[in-house]
Design a protein around this ligand. Structure first.
Ligand code: SAM
Length: 426
């Protein structure tokens, strides 16, 4: 049988492993330590990373996340005494991660917060403030909130200690959406003219108070375990340019972006604009893997399954076919980078689900497994897990596993699933 058919068959046989769903974990437990500092779309729960890091590494080993997002892998590695490096192309992700991996002395932070609150109290509608001038900021914020946010930002910028400054900037970034007219429930940039935006001062202070609790928990745990100084670094760069030496990494844990699913550039535009990380969105978008705003270039898919998907899509929609092919080709480049930095016998754990576009199944997990095998990895384990969701689970046919009609007698409620691909460098 062809190798790619064997890979597909292998995936079909995998049963859900409930022990990886962590269904019993409460929101409090998944946002413990510094994990609750900032919302982030498609972040994975810390318990997955913790289990993988414990299983595949020892204290002092190096762990890498090439799509670091808000830093889940780095925080978990640090509390387990593993050195870690994370990168992300999104400067907003890097700001959040920086704050989340930096435990701060409790008294220093308390003192800085008391001082900041005192300064914020001096605000009134006459206070002179330099409000950032940008038509996208005017698009999202009403005048009074813009003034108050600029005032908070101005006062934070005066704090001397960079770690403390970044901690508060992270808090400010997290409240921007609530203070804007961005439709609160939506991840898509949609304006809601009926929304009553939150008062920046009140929500900032409330959120920072919860971050302070996270910092105490994080600081105390690291101190107790003797890992306060464990190396942990984040850099704003591309997943194909990781700052790690050849053959130096024991484990990669990551959840990659999906093709045309989230446009991270659009999603994080409030912070990116407010903190002047970007001038215009169109250039920012092109840097992301999975975007639909890419430039054309030569592609190497390195997977027959990916070629088949592309060909099926070509029959439906040329643009989508190109986007998916670009995505697989860029992911293949990321896997080449993983191979470079991983030690022989080191593993990469990729958390990924499959999707469907224009009626074609996009078998991300199968494609990644094939690409990685072609590059010199072997399948070590494939875990299939349910993604517990607060929303009603979908209805599936118990026999076929496919989505079922309401009248289907074999119907059963099911959560969406995803895979954890564990691939070993040989
Ligand atoms: C699914 S998220 C990762 C979430 C992460 N596991 C967490 O817990 O926060 C995927 C990330 O990939 C990043 N990304 C997209 N293209 C990238 C690239 N070319 N290089 C590095 N990171 C990239 C996005 O900014 C996003 O943060």
């Amino acid at each position: 049988m062809d190798k790619q058919k064997k890979t597909i068959k292998q995936f079909e046989k995998i049963k859900i492993d409930k022990s990886w769903s962590f269904i019993e974990k409460t929101r409090k437990e998944t946002s413990y330590l510094s994990h609750g500092y900032h919302r982030y779309p498609a972040k994975f729960i810390p318990q997955i990373v913790e289990r993988l890091v414990k299983k595949y590494t020892r204290e002092g080993d190096l762990v890498v996340d090439p799509f670091g997002g808000c830093g889940t892998t780095l925080v978990e590695s640090k509390v387990l005494g593993r050195e870690s490096v994370g990168v992300d192309i999104n400067p907003v992700a890097v700001l959040i991660t920086k704050a989340k991996i930096t435990p701060i002395n409790l008294l220093d932070l308390e003192e800085a917060f008391v001082d900041l609150k005192y300064k914020l109290d001096s605000y009134n509608s006459e206070t002179k403030i330099n409000v950032p001038k940008h038509d996208r900021i005017d698009y999202w914020f009403k005048t009074e909130n813009k003034r108050k946010l600029a005032f908070i930002s101005q006062k934070i910028s005066k704090i001397k200690d960079q770690d403390i400054r970044d901690f508060f900037y992270c808090g400010l970034s997290n409240i921007l959406k609530n203070c804007s007219i961005w439709l609160q429930k939506s991840n898509k940039p949609t304006r809601d003219f009926d929304k009553k935006p939150s008062d920046p001062f009140k929500i900032f202070i409330r959120h920072v108070n919860s971050m302070l609790r996270g910092n105490i928990e994080f600081y105390e745990l690291l101190k107790h375990r003797g890992f306060l100084k464990t190396k942990c670094k984040v850099q704003c760069t591309d997943a194909r340019k990781i700052p790690a030496k050849n053959n130096s990494v024991s484990l990669v844990v990551t959840s990659p972006p999906y093709v045309t699913s989230y446009e991270y550039a659009d999603l994080h535009q409030l912070t990116a604009l407010w903190f002047k990380y970007i001038k215009d969105l169109s250039d920012f978008r092109k840097r992301f893997i999975g975007t639909s705003h890419h430039n054309k270039k030569e592609l190497k898919l390195n997977s027959i399954i990916a070629e088949d998907i592309k060909n099926s899509l070509l029959e439906k929609d040329k643009k989508t076919a190109e986007e998916v092919a670009t995505y697989f080709s860029e992911m293949n480049e990321v896997f080449i980078e993983m191979k470079r930095m991983l030690k022989k016998g080191g593993r990469t754990c990729i958390v990924i689900g499959n999707t469907s576009l224009k009626g074609v199944e996009i078998l991300n997990a199968e494609v990644f497994a094939e690409q990685l095998q072609n590059l010199g990895f072997k399948i070590d384990n494939i875990i299939k897990r349910e993604i517990p969701s607060k929303n009603l689970p979908s209805i599936r046919n118990e026999k076929t596993g496919r989505f079922a009609k309401v009248g289907d007698k074999n119907k059963k409620y099911a959560y969406p699933t995803e895979y954890i691909l564990v691939m070993k460098k040989i």
